[in-house]
Every structure is written in structure tokens, then in C-alpha cells.
Design a protein around this ligand. Structure first.
Ligand code: AMP
Length: 446
């Protein structure tokens, strides 16, 4: 069904077309008519499915022209990046309509946000912290809100913002329309939904397989102390053009970035401890292709929507299986394809089980020659262990068990060579004789 058949004004259909959207995605086809009807909605959809336009288009449709009566739409987002990105989507989709919006988030001075509020806005896109700061003053009241959007609510729950969400919801009029979007709907969300929504319709998209089919998943078994070398090797490959490297912790992200730079591998970093200026600058460099490698933590990367991310590399296996879905949602977005590469140590192997259960598929194990689990132990042959059961790709040389040799102390030729299709099957781009790190420094002139 084309956008023109969904009951949207032609100016909004043009807005969608200007972004290259020819057809609504499933979540858009289902949610747009519901939002237009004024009903409350709970929608769960996998990340990267077009969730933003699913609420932005019908909301803009409902709004009509700008009125100086106070904000009529409030969208709550868990992170600054996501807030900025959703506001940008409103701007782009509504470029042929007349409305004013402001994005309120921390990490930047209050001045411009204050000025925008004073001038009068129709739509407020906010993180809970900065919004509450403003609510303590007199510049904004929520009693004119007609539509409340709670976006990525599972993440707000994880981040401990749910009480804030409830407090803000209480300040909105009872007869508002409320839309709740969440990639996953954990049981705790039922309570929030009961609190915030009235007789909601529920839409579930691809709950069975929350991972876009266009992503290829690969596991590389590796020992902890070789992860960095493996990462460096991957990043040197031609097909790793635009890569997000995920670390579990801020310190871990900083450490990876530091090590990459020591090896002359340019990268930018985002995590919650970086200033807003640094975060914006890093994302901008990555989005515009001036830097091909972004090192990020889960929370900071949540809002990232970059076209053509070729690879997501999980340097650390994520703590929660849901985070895997969000991480790899950064690649293979919309119709594009991408690769999700996870570096797995024996200690992390069990966490893969939960991930495979969630995504409903086994992840292919592709040993990389020269890298293996410490001490040469191959993955356990255990039916409960997906590493052992995963299909091995033809053409891959099983190098597990060669752990003792990979340090180059055998005297033999221990060149590290990527083989097989999972790496594009191309020519080996890098070699390491002797201590891998040392060789990197040598071959990169660093
Ligand atoms: P979202 O899930 O809202 O973050 O959207 C994921 C990506 O899909 C963004 O890059 C959108 O611009 C893109 N997108 C959203 N809707 C469509 C559509 N109908 N056709 C093509 N791309 C879309």
C-alpha cells in the first residue's frame, strides 16, 4: 500500500517521498491509521524498522498548522542522540508543513532551548532529565499536550527513568492520546502501559525475529588478550568501511580507542561520560564518513542511525541479549545489508545462548586462523553450547587448538590470514609473524 492511501495529507506524503520512502514499512502501515484515529497505541517493532515515521507522520497530520498555544506534542526519548535524531525526522518529514519543534536534552546550554520555548513550539522532543529541569521553571507546561509519545520505553526502564516518565505523564491532560513504542515489551512495561494508556491497541511487528534479516551474524572465537589484534585485523580489511565497535563499559571503549590510535587506526568515541560537544562531533565525523570507525557503549549508541554501516563489531558480548539486537540494529537498517561480528572468549560463550534464543537463530562460528581460545581449547561439544553446534562454513580452516602457536613462538610460519567467505574471501590483507601487537606497530609504521 502506498503512503498516499494511509489517510495522510499530501504534504506529508511528499515529505516521506523526499526522504526516499516509497512504501510504508509494516510498522508504518499498521500504526499510521491507528494514530490518525486518535487511539492509544502500544507498538513493539524491531529496531530500524521505521518506527519514528510511524508516529511522526500521523502526529504531524493531526497537528495541522502552527498555533501559538503551547506545546501540543511531547515525545520522550531515553538518550540525547535519539532525541536529536527524532527531532530531525520530524523536521524532514514535515518539511512541507508548518510547525515548530524544539529538542530538549542535557549536555548543552539552556539558552537556545529557552529561546525556542519562549517563541512557541508545537512539538517538544525531550529526554526526561532536561525536561524536568524546565518543568521546575515557568517556561513550559504540559497541560496543552494532545499527544504523548513514550519512545524506546524498554530502554528508559533499563536506565532507571521510569519514575520520571510517570511523573511527566501525570502532568499531561488525561484526555491526551498516548503512544508507547518499545523494541521489546518486558513485563514491567505492562505496569507503565496501564498507568499511561487508555484502552490501547497493540501492534507487534516481527516479535519472533527481532533482528533484521539483512544482517549476517558471525562469531569469532578468540582469547581475551588477542581481541585487540583481531579487531585491528578486521578494521584493516577493505570491506570494513563504516564500523561501529561496541564495548560494554565507558572505560573499555576508551581503552579500545586508545589502543586503536596507538596502532594508527583512526576512530571516534561516544559514551555517556563524553561531553555533548564531543559526542556530536564524533557522530558527525562518523556519519559524514570522515572517520570510518566509531567506538561506542550501548547507551550512547542507542540513537545512532547512520546509513550504510557495513559492520557492527561486538568487542565485548553484550550483557543483556536485548542489547545485541539494538547493537546490530545499527547495521542492515532499512533495506541495506550489514554484518554483525562478535568476538567471543570462552568466558562469554554462554551469553551467546541467550542471544541466539532471542534472535531465533544460531550464529555461525568462524574461527580466524591465528586466533583461538587461549590454550588451544576448542569450543565445547555440548548440545547446549551453540558455539559447538554452529555450522562451520566450508573453506574455513579450523585453527582452534593452535592457541599455543599463535604467538609465533613455534618457529613456523604463523601468518595470520583471514580465509573464507565470512570475511569476503578476499586476499589476506594483513600478516603477523611473532608477537601480533608488535607486528602491527611495525607494519603500520607506528
Ligand atoms: P527508525 O526505525 O525510525 O530509526 O528508521 C530506520 C531507518 O529506516 C531510518 O534510516 C529511516 O530513514 C528509514 N526508513 C523509515 N521508513 C522508511 C520507509 N518507509 N522506506 C525506506 N526507509 C525508511
Amino acid at each position: 500500500m502506498p503512503f498516499s492511501k494511509l489517510g495522510l495529507y499530501s504534504s506529508l506524503v511528499r515529505g516521506a517521498q523526499a526522504l526516499g520512502y516509497t512504501e510504508p514499512t509494516p510498522i508504518q502501515a499498521q500504526a499510521i491509521p491507528v494514530v490518525l484515529s486518535g487511539r492509544d497505541l502500544i507498538a513493539s517493532a524491531q529496531t530500524g524498522t521505521g518506527k519514528t515515521a510511524a508516529f511522526a507522520l500521523p502526529i504531524l497530520n493531526r497537528l495541522g498548522p502552527h498555533r501559538a498555544t503551547g506545546p501540543r506534542v511531547l515525545v520522550l526519548e531515553p538518550t540525547r542522540e535519539l532525541a536529536a535524531q527524532v527531532d530531525e525526522s520530524f523536521q524532514k518529514l514535515g518539511q512541507f508543513t508548518d510547525f515548530k519543534s524544539v529538542v530538549l536534552h542535557g549536555g548543552v546550554t539552556l539558552g537556545p532551548q529557552r529561546n525556542a520555548l519562549r517563541a512557541g513550539v508545537d512539538i517538544v522532543v525531550a529526554t526526561t532529565g532536561r525536561l524536568r529541569e524546565f518543568l521546575d521553571g515557568t517556561l513550559i507546561k504540559l497541560d496543552t499536550i494532545e499527544v504523548l509519545v513514550l519512545d524506546e520505553v524498554d530502554r528508559m526502564l533499563d536506565m532507571g527513568f521510569i519514575e520520571d516518565v510517570k511523573a511527566i505523564t501525570r502532568l499531561c491532560p488525561a484526555n491526551r492520546q498516548t503512544l508507547l513504542f518499545s523494541a521489546t515489551i518486558p513485563p514491567q512495561l505492562a505496569e507503565v502501559a496501564k498507568f499511561a494508556l487508555t484502552k490501547p491497541l497493540r501492534i507487534e511487528i516481527a516479535r519472533e525475529k527481532p533482528v533484521t534479516a539483512s544482517v549476517n551474524h558471525v562469531i569469532h572465537p578468540v582469547s581475551e588478550n588477542q581481541k585487540l589484534d583481531l579487531l585491528l585485523g578486521l578494521l584493516k580489511r577493505d570491506d570494513f568501511k563504516s564500523v561501529i565497535v561496541f564495548a560494554r563499559t565507558r572505560k573499555g571503549a576508551d581503552r579500545i580507542a586508545h589502543q586503536l590510535r596507538l596502532e594508527n587506526q583512526a576512530c571516534v568515541v561516544i559514551h555517556a561520560e563524553r561531553t555533548q560537544g564531543q559526542r556530536v562531533d564524533a557522530l558527525d565525523k562518523f556519519k559524514t564518513g570522515r572517520c570510518g570507525v566509531l567506538v561506542a557503549t550501548d547507551i550512547a549508541a542507542r540513537g545512532i542511525d547512520v546509513a550504510n554501516v557495513s559492520h557492527v563489531i561486538n568487542f565485548d558480548v553484550p550483557l543483556h541479549a536485548e542489547d545485541y539486537v539494538h547493537r546490530i540494529g545499527r547495521t542492515g537498517r532499512a533495506a541495506a545489508t550489514g554484518d554483525a561480528v562478535t568476538l567471543v572468549t570462552p568466558q562469554e560463550a554462554n551469553e551467546i545462548v541467550a542471544i541466539e534464543k532471542l534472535i531465533g537463530q544460531k550464529i555461525t562460528v568462524v574461527p580466524v586462523e591465528g586466533f583461538a581460545y587461549e590454550g588451544g581449547s576448542a569450543p565445547r561439544i555440548d548440545p547446549a553450547n551453540p558455539l559447538a553446534n554452529s555450522p562451520k562454513r566450508a573453506g574455513h580452516q579450523q585453527s582452534l587448538g593452535a592457541g599455543g602457536k599463535q604467538k609465533g613462538d613455534s618457529g613456523g610460519n604463523q601468518d595470520k590470514v583471514y580465509k573464507g567467505k565470512a570475511f569476503g574471501g578476499g586476499n589476506p590483507k594483513w600478516h603477523s609473524k611473532g608477537k601480533p601487537g608488535a607486528q602491527w606497530r611495525k607494519s603500520n609504521g607506528g
